[in-house]
Design a protein around this ligand. Sequence first.
Ligand SMILES: C[C@H](O)CC(=O)SCCNC(=O)CCNC(=O)[C@H](O)C(C)(C)COP(=O)(O)OP(=O)(O)OC[C@H]1O[C@@H](n2cnc3c(N)ncnc32)[C@H](O)[C@@H]1OP(=O)(O)O
Length: 725
Amino acid sequence: MAAVRVTMEIGSDGVAVITICNPPVNALAPSIIAGLKEKYTEAMNRSDVKAIVLTGDGGKFSGGFDINVFTEIHKTGNLSLLPDVSVELVVNTIEDAPKPSVAAIQGLALGGGLEIAMGCHARVSTPEAQLGLPELSLGVIPGFGGTQRLPRLVGLPKALDMMLQSKSIIAKEGEKYGLIDAIVSPEDLLKISRCWALDIAERRKPWISSLRRTDRLGSLSEAHEILKAARQQVNRIAPNMPQHKECLDSVEEGVNFGGYAGVLKEAKVFKELVLSSTSRGLVHVFFAQRATSKVHSVTDVGLRPRKIKRVAVIGGGLMGSGIATALILSNTPVILKEIDSNLLQKGLKMIRANLEGLVKKGSLTQDKMNKALSLLKGVLDYSEFKHVDMVIEAVIEKVSLKQSIFADLEKACPPHCILASNTSTIDLNIVGEKTRSQDRIIGAHFFSPAHVMPLLEIVRTDKTSPQVMLDLMTIGKAIRKVPVVVGNCTGFAVNRTFFPYTQGAQLLVHLGVDVFRIDRVISSFGMPMGPFQLQDVAGYGVALAVKDIYDSAFRGRTFQSQLVELMVKSGRNGKNNGKGYYIYEKGQKPKPDPSVQAIIEESRRLANVMPGGKPITINDQEVLEMIFFPVVNEACRVTDEGVVIRASDLDISSVLGMGFPRYRGGIIFWADTIGSGYIYAKLNKWANSYGNFFKPSAYLEERATKGLPLSMVNVSGSQQSRSRM
Ligand SMILES: C[C@H](O)CC(=O)SCCNC(=O)CCNC(=O)[C@H](O)C(C)(C)COP(=O)(O)OP(=O)(O)OC[C@H]1O[C@@H](n2cnc3c(N)ncnc32)[C@H](O)[C@@H]1OP(=O)(O)O
């Protein structure tokens, strides 16, 4: 592995090429920043150096400041770990130096990487390089001058769009907006950058300091108008996060008082935000997502993923068509099998509609849609299954049907073919019971809509082979999902952890709390919608289908009521027929339906769980806790039983599968910010008043008694010995 270092080579042309080397993404670790300062000082002192080219090793400029430093600060609170880069390195050492610098960009220049490049006097790039300031997605703002230089190079509207949405652009677009001065081939990158640097030094090209530019900012009143509109957008898209507003404040400081004043404000705010709870949560999620790629005995035993050239999807319903859409969108040929031509046509139509939806939204071109559709073929029998490398079964949740399909698949597919099921509830050992192919049977649990939702739960049984797991993880990544490997149990990791979410909300209603108040509290916590609206959107069929399954799997800790049955009986089917807890009318926001109250009263009467027959009185904080602490409790069981490899897998799964607010770091991370002792005490109290639904798990009790965080799984080795991973 290449050493972490900054190198400098001085050519006979008088150009010093300074190269950042810190694989895999040339992150700006403190030692790299020190190295840059050292090499720059040397270059300035040497009389044989006229100009500098700054570049990155291994085909990448830089992925930005080293995010591990944020984690270290989150652990220690020690802000002195942040080196002074903004003024000392970018302004004083690079931008205001007596010799000019050109950034030679390849691969990517993100965050601090792009900020250093913007401090150079010109930027030459290869065509596909990715450029962006994604700092807000880590809970901070750009801290090396990005809030000042980007607007001065690309104009305020484009800069705000890139920063507020953490959106990167490719170099070609960067050139159009003025961020990149020239696009060249990778072979010519250094040669042309060297000439450019000399041209600046010898005044054949302009010597531009981006921080001093004002020509792209427009008039003061125009800038204020743009910022005002951006503030309104921020209130909508990020009401619970501070960094978006702070980013605008720093930009505004520079607009009002000049780039240097903006840089000073930015550096101050950046430091404050590094310590915010939002940054702690978002940085945790960043690493949690990357940790899912590491599965002991699968990704560390020298296996290589096999090529999956063709996939068969069985079932063209909502899930099957979504899965097929995701596959063809990522250039994997698919055969879609249905039982008759009517259903097949429906499935194919749904896939086309999925793609058309993306074209309409502007996220897919018509050409790419046509290309994707050319990779799709509908079939009615298994004759072509001898040429597939993987099958994903996505039929209704009926054990006997799945068993017979898997028995057929064993005969129809080649022996290496992966046999995956998209079941969300059925034990995979039972699905494969009638085959002798248990080593290649695996769960591929997608979330609806499958071509949009980013999570893929990969469910392994005791017999699934590591090769099959690795192959599914690889194809999962290829179709732009985050694959999380989990163990086999009812509901797997995500649905199991979150079954008390819906049931807790229902229990609260039956204890006398208002449905719409619950939804309001949960949405303002940051969930995309409340549990009752979610039920409306998902349709009541799902709730009815899983009711008994959960009741028997989680005996003694479920809450059952007649509410959904009564809703259906009254002609409601949620968003599907426009009538649920809310009224759904085309083009309008869902409106709470007051007439649902009579149904709720009837269900309350039947359940009869209010203590003394009277509604309980609780504040909003308690509403939130009574819904989420039972979820945390189940997350503890899931962790303890080894259904997930590490607690952070539940964090990323809760964020990507359930819409748990990313900036709260995921379900276990959030629980640890509250403390196991507090959660345990609350659940215990409610268990005494309202029954076993709230009873704390042994894992939670142990952590609370020992005063330990829930994320620390193998305190006594218990996790490892029980783990099926
Ligand atoms: C002051 C400044 O303004 C503050 C900043 O610069 S904050 C940092 C801003 N930069 C970013 O947010 C970029 C974050 N990184 C990414 O988005 C992606 O990693 C990427 C697009 C660079 C590469 O993606 P991809 O090729 O899929 O590889 P990915 O698996 O994500 O990363 C490879 C490894 O690099 C690490 N890495 C990526 N960016 C890193 C960074 N900025 N710091 C430290 N490590 C980083 C990842 O953790 C991962 O490590 P692992 O192999 O041990 O798990």
